[in-house]
Design a protein around this ligand. Structure first.
Ligand code: NAD
Length: 447
């Protein structure tokens, strides 16, 4: 649900909002099956050294039936739906200026809900300082551009690591995610992508077809949206929540033709129950650790039960379940855990929650190589302010400020988190491992 300020600011009060210089959140374009990938032609720009990679990118985009342009000219009234800036061959900061300024010259002709996506290489150990500077600079460019774009447009970057090819399946899948309406609330983010196979025949409409997914905390909010989006993308879904939420859980399970599992994720045998529920459907492919709680208090007033319950649900349960699944040797397991921007920037009254969510980011990076050995991945998504029952409990004034903070000047919707999770859990994203993707409308100062 779009919040009331965003509705007013886009309705009859739009001129007043503009006159008073108030934030002007755009109505974000969200994915609908069958809707076009971008809202207009896609311009591909590169520096000279990156021209072969830009050709490869243009070929991929053309294969998706996009109207791909290599020059910034547009017909009268036409606007670009997206601009892809390929800098993967740049070796010196001076290499990039021509291409970057060309992109700058197109921004006034970028459609609402447009996209700027960079494709670059990560600085690697052993890079000469000048090469490291050319590569690292792209991150600052993307984060700053995200803060400049208006009208629901976003800037994000695909960052190739470990020699990943620009047209490898994971690089291409990440580019597609950032171009699409599925990344409506992802802004100012750089996502590292490691080597993977070639794109081949990917079913972009049903990327989770044939998969069995388990989603914890799925009776409502973000978890319910994850279950619905996974089902839309072709997965069979087991939804998990505590027994008191059983009725709502059954309703979600019915709506996705899935299976309800009443289970407290802190139970010692939670992993075995999850495996047992997934087995009749074909075995566990995807696990989303979404169950989470808040018990906010300033640390000076924090009682043991508040600290301990948050750590138990948000962090210890994930560690225990993952350890058991690793012990079982589940093949090609794709794990996605819910972190939070509170675990990155911190939040007053949330030392317990911040510890738990930073812990999730830490264990995700450490789990990644362990699951990769059996063809799996472990990633996290860090939501910013998302409109759910959890955040509805925040006092109105604080909630209103939280909505104004991001570059996109509004809260996100549960489906925004779900789309990112479905992308990370999909086969084409196998080269994305150990990462935490923020889905926060670029919420954090300096991030
Ligand atoms: P929510 O409170 O609306 O839903 C959480 C669900 O988890 C509930 O259905 C609850 O019953 C379930 N749950 C709680 N403890 C459980 C347990 N022990 N076992 C099984 N299920 C349990 O929350 P939400 O806003 O949908 O958040 C989902 C996740 O996203 C959480 O991990 C949360 O920390 C994270 N997150 C949310 C936001 C936000 O803005 N809403 C921001 C950052 C992170």
């Amino acid at each position: 649900m779009t919040d009331s300020y965003t509705r007013f600011a886009n309705g009859g009060l739009k001129p007043l909002v503009k006159k008073l210089g108030l934030p002007q959140p755009a109505i974000l374009r969200r994915y609908r099956p069958g809707s076009p990938l971008t809202v207009g032609p896609v311009l591909v720009v590169s520096d000279d050294a990156s021209a072969p990679d830009a050709d490869a990118v243009a070929e991929v985009l053309t294969g998706w039936d996009l109207d791909v342009r290599r020059a910034a000219d547009l017909a009268e009234g036409e606007k670009f739906g997206a601009v892809v800036l390929v800098l993967s061959g740049a070796e010196h900061p001076e290499d990039v200026s021509g291409a970057v300024l060309t992109v700058g010259g197109t921004l006034r002709r970028l459609a609402g809900n447009g996209r700027v996506v960079t494709v670059s290489r990560a600085p690697e150990p052993g890079d000469a300082p000048v090469l490291a500077a050319a590569r690292a600079g792209v991150e600052g460019l993307v984060r700053s551009l995200g803060k400049e774009l208006r009208g629901g447009s976003t800037a994000n970057g695909v960052q190739l690591t470990g020699g990943a090819a620009v047209d490898s399946v994971s690089a291409v899948a990440t580019l597609r995610f950032f171009l699409s309406a599925k990344s409506a609330y992802v802004d100012g983010q750089i996502l590292p992508v490691g080597p993977s196979g070639t794109a081949g025949d990917v079913d972009w409409d049903q990327p989770l077809a044939g998969k069995v997914a388990v989603v914890t905390g799925a009776a409502r909010g973000i978890g319910a949206a994850i279950a619905r989006t996974m089902a839309r993308d072709g997965a069979r879904v087991v939804v998990v929540d505590v027994p008191p939420a059983g009725e709502a859980l059954s309703a979600v399970a019915n709506s996705v033709n899935g299976v309800a599992l009443q289970l407290d994720v802190t139970a010692a045998d939670a992993a075995d129950k999850i495996l047992a529920a997934a087995r009749p459907l074909g075995g566990l492919d995807i696990l989303v650790h979404n169950a989470g709680i808040t018990r906010d208090k300033l640390l000076a007033n924090m009682k043991a039960d508040r600290w301990d319950s948050v750590i138990a649900v948000n962090l210890a349960s994930q560690l225990r379940i993952n350890a058991r699944l690793l012990e079982e040797g589940v093949e090609s397991l794709r794990i996605v855990s819910l972190a939070s921007t509170s675990g990155i920037a911190g939040n007053k009254g949330q030392t317990n929650y911040g510890y738990s969510k930073a812990g999730v980011i830490g264990h995700t990076a450490a789990t990644a190589p362990l699951v990769a050995a059996a063809g799996g991945t472990a990633n996290a998504v860090a939501p910013g302010f998302i409109e759910t029952e959890m955040t509805a409990r925040i006092p109105f004034a604080t909630r209103s400020v939280a909505r104004m903070m991001p570059s996109l000047a509004q809260g996100g919707e549960p489906v925004d988190i779900a789309e990112a999770i479905c992308f990370l859990a999909s086969d084409p994203a196998v080269g994305v491992n150990g990462q935490t993707l923020r889905v926060c409308g670029q919420h954090l100062v300096g991030k």
